[in-house]
Design a protein around this ligand. Structure first.
Ligand code: FE2
Length: 360
């Protein structure tokens, strides 16, 4: 039995220092529409929030107005980043009490938010670091997003991403299994894959990763921890600059990665550099693919194949000054994996960036 039936990832909330400018970045770069706003003009006195939407992907960007904001310390500690991965559920009270009964730490007790358009039910629990999971249900709400928000429409030019494929968390050395067990016992997730430090190691550093997914197989949450290596691993660098665990990357699904990448490149998004030598190996390693290999190489797209098919993926550089959060663009052609064959090439590329920051 699915102890925690989750309909979908409802939204991902980012806590940022300037939501107006962050909304501009996500709209012009990734092509999100700005669809709703909350702030002083809508009667919300302590923070401004923008809701951004592209197909099934919804981001909420929230910034505090003043130093007395209850979560101001969060920003000083972590900088701009993901503070909430919110799940839409049938029954918020049930999801919350089930999670807490199984040992989750509550962050917000079940609450009903009301206005003239109806009611929205929310509650939240803590997960790794200072990230929370909000449970939300808006079946009895006709308004935009939730009470406090007003419609605001600023269209973006879409780039073809339509759904969140997975969201990765980085946790401290020795804590990966703790958080895997958390998702299994508290949320009823199951272990999907395990990558050992042999799978994910370079000359300098290593990491370990396990992927958990929800009962319906829709939500995939990989958890990384650093492993012993000769130099500082990319996970250790993250943990240092994020002052602890947090969300490392969000993977966005596209049906046409070449088109998505052309848009992103044209708009100036920076990606992890993939050496041309990587592409000399591709035909031998993955065999024939439908895409034009020249375009793949020109755009710096990585390719991997497993028994079920292949996938194409790319990784942005970090999207804020701190070397913390970044994005993945992924297209699946049958493969349900995570690009294991790319790990070594990818991590060597990430280490080149890390070395440029003086952190390797
Ligand atoms: Fe990923």
């Amino acid at each position: 039995m699915d102890i925690m039936p989750i309909r979908r990832i409802d939204h991902v909330r980012f806590f940022v220092s300037n939501a107006k400018q962050a909304a501009y970045f996500y709209r012009t770069m990734f092509g999100f529409n700005v669809v709703a706003y909350a702030g002083l003009e809508t009667g919300v006195r302590h923070e401004a929030s923008y809701v951004l939407q592209q197909n099934d992907i919804r981001f909420v960007l929230t910034a505090p107005y003043k130093a007395d904001h209850p979560k101001i310390d969060w920003l000083v500690k972590h900088g701009d980043g993901v503070c909430d991965i919110a799940f839409e559920v049938d029954d918020v009270v049930r999801a919350y009490s089930e999670a807490v009964r199984r040992g989750a730490r509550g962050a917000q007790e079940p609450t009903v938010l009301k206005d003239d358009d109806g009611e929205v039910h929310i509650a939240s629990i803590h997960t790794y670091g200072d990230v929370v999971h909000t449970f939300i249900n808006r079946d009895r709400y006709r308004g935009v997003f939730m009470p406090g928000f007003k419609e605001m429409f600023i269209p973006g030019e879409p780039i073809g991403v339509y759904e969140i494929d997975h969201i990765v968390g980085n946790v401290e050395l020795g804590k990966m299994n703790y958080w895997v067990d958390f998702y299994r016992s508290i949320m009823g997730f199951e272990l999907l894959v395990h990558f050992s430090d042999d799978d994910i190691s370079t000359e300098y550093s290593a990491l370990m990763s396990k992927v958990v997914q929800d009962g319906r197989g829709k939500i995939k949450l990989p958890i990384n921890e650093p492993a012993e290596g000769r130099r500082k691993s990319q996970i250790e660098e993250y943990l240092e600059y994020n002052s602890g665990p947090g969300v490392q990357h969000i993977a966005l699904l596209t049906d046409d990665i070449i088109s998505t990448m052309r848009h992103l490149r044209a708009r100036g998004m920076q990606f992890i550099y993939v050496p041309q030598t990587y592409y000399e190996e591709v035909p031998r390693r993955v065999g024939t693919i439908e895409e034009d290999l020249r375009a793949i190489a020109e755009l710096g797209i990585l390719v991997d194949r497993d028994e079920e098919g292949y996938l194409l993926q790319t990784f942005t550089k970090t999207v804020q000054d701190r070397p913390t959060l970044f994005f993945e663009i992924i297209q699946r052609k049958g493969s349900r994996g995570f690009g294991k064959g790319n790990f070594k090439a990818l991590f060597e590329a990430i280490e080149r960036e890390q070395a440029m920051r003086g952190n390797l």
